[in-house]
Write a protein that binds this ligand. Structure first.
Ligand code: ZN
Ligand code: ZN
Length: 89
């Protein structure tokens, strides 16, 4: 015989699991559409090889994916604009 308080605990726990699942699904849905929540994490050399240009490294706070500076990504846009302005390419 399981005490009644334990049954309530399990119910609450299950509810929390459902909420976490929903939040994760929501986050990954946005991420899969390319709407990452980028957060500044560091810097790297310019992918175009310009010595005086550095590209920001972003990491998604939702799915943990890194922005490696690929075309269309947050860092690429930033670096592309900067390179275009400063190096006239
Ligand atoms: Zn993401
Ligand atoms: Zn650059």
């Amino acid at each position: 015989m399981v005490p009644i308080s334990c049954v309530i605990c399990i119910r609450v726990f299950m509810l929390l699991i459902d909420l976490i699942k929903e939040a994760t699904t929501f986050g990954s849905a946005a991420c899969s559409e390319g709407n990452h929540e980028w957060l500044f994490e560091g810097g790297r050399g310019c992918p175009k090889g310009y010595e005086d240009c550095s590209q920001t490294v972003y990491r998604c706070t939702v799915c943990g994916e890194y922005d490696y500076g690929y075309a269309g990504g947050a860092a690429w846009d930033e670096c592309f604009i900067k390179c275009t302005l400063e190096f006239n390419v």
